[in-house]
Design a protein around this ligand. Structure first.
Ligand code: 5GP
Length: 363
């Protein structure tokens, strides 16, 4: 009963990695295809995909494998469409999807063509109406105009989708800058910000700082994976940067919590991910409880719904049962997420109205 309720409740997803959110069935189908071509050994890959408990470092090995399976334009388009359809099916009404633009010369893929394949996937969604941008470029006239929303579905249900481009911590300063410039070139196509992610024990903050400063100066919103491992110097430097949001915040000490709370930076909370990767010992000791009690801005998210076999509804159910929160409190938590989205004020207004109407209807 509760699961049904959380599935029907409108939700805001702000921390979902595209390649971490692929359906298992699609991943297995794609892997089988590559196995038949002799590119990979399917049975080895199948075992890795179906494994449930993974440490944080094993998760990054899995991503390398997923990237081998998903690297061509059509596949990128397909997985994007499916991921959006899956989120929309569980009543995610605003989805900020993030992905790392990838170059793959042997597939004729540039970072730009990768992102274009993702955008094509968003446009190809049919099961639900998609609002992708406040502003789009009309390819026929090459002029920019405001359209309010892009409707490419027949159903009355609507999901707002915005894209963040991720910088992988394995990348160089130049590659990071290339991603930011790409985001700026495509910002009127629904790209609203930049994320820093990838294996937290790889790379140094100072490598990415120039690109992130540039992004901020140009008006792109920035979110950082912060404090996934114990690294107080990096956490402090990241908070000094004043990102609009951070993800995870698992390994914060007292000083870092104090700074975070003083600055009021919103935290994207991914309960199942943190527990599965053992970044947090158990849900009972998760920092969700303290942030919630102190009224600190937080947003429940999935991180990698495919990799961690979860859904946003399941994350809400988990938080509700672990922390003793009722349906109305969870509805309110979801609604508050609107304040931290990277899309325009128009989208915020429309979402708030939607939540208010549903609240009056008794959902
Ligand atoms: P993609 O960017 O290829 O669409 O999604 C997968 C990528 O997202 C991974 O290769 C990794 O860089 C990043 N990612 C996914 N989950 C996590 C996570 O829990 N922590 C960090 N730091 N990065 C992640």
């Amino acid at each position: 009963m509760d699961m049904e309720w959380y599935a029907s409740m409108p939700k805001i997803e702000l921390h979902a990695h595209l390649n971490g959110s692929i359906r298992d069935s699609t991943l297995l189908e794609l892997a089988r295809g590559l196995g038949e071509k002799g590119d990979i050994v399917f049975s080895d890959v199948e075992q890795v995909i179906m494994k449930n408990d993974r440490s944080l470092s094993e998760v990054f090995k899995l991503f390398d494998l997923i990237h081998i399976i998903t690297t061509d334009h059509e596949t990128v388009t397909r997985i994007t469409r499916e991921v959006i359809e899956d989120f929309a099916a569980e009543n995610v009404v605003y989805l900020e999807l993030r992905t790392t633009p990838k170059r793959n010369d042997c597939k004729g893929m540039s970072k730009r063509s990768y992102v274009e394949a993702v955008l094509e996937g968003i446009r190809s969604v049919n099961s639900v109406e998609v609002d992708l941008s406040d502003e789009v470029v009309n390819p026929d006239t090459a002029t920019s105009h405001v359209v309010g929303d892009i409707s490419n579905g027949e159903a009355s249900k609507k999901v707002y989708v915005r894209l963040l481009l991720s910088i992988d911590r394995r990348e160089t300063a130049e590659a990071a800058m290339e991603t930011v410039k790409l985001a700026l070139e495509l910002r009127n196509m629904g790209i609203v910000g930049i994320d820093l992610s990838g294996n937290p024990v790889v790379g140094e903050w100072k490598t990415f700082l120039p690109a992130l400063e540039f992004a901020k100066k140009q008006g792109l919103s920035v979110t950082l994976h912060c404090g996934e491992v114990y690294n107080p110097d990096e956490i402090r430097a990241m908070l000094d940067f004043l990102p609009k949001r951070i993800g995870h915040a698992c390994c914060f000490g007292e000083d870092e919590w104090k700074t975070l709370k003083t600055l009021g930076i919103a935290v994207e909370i991914c309960l199942t991910s943190n527990i599965r990767t053992e970044s947090v010992a158990s849900v009972e000791v998760h920092h969700f409880a303290d942030l919630y009690e102190t009224n600190h801005p937080l947003i429940l998210c999935t991180d990698d719904s495919g990799v961690f076999s979860t859904t946003l509804s399941a994350e809400y159910l988990l938080a509700s049962s672990a922390f003793g929160l009722g349906r109305m409190e969870m509805f309110e938590l979801s609604r508050k997420g609107i304040d931290y989205i990277f899309a325009s004020d128009r989208v915020k207004r429309e979402l708030k109205l939607k939540f208010d109407i549903l609240s009056h209807l008794g959902l």
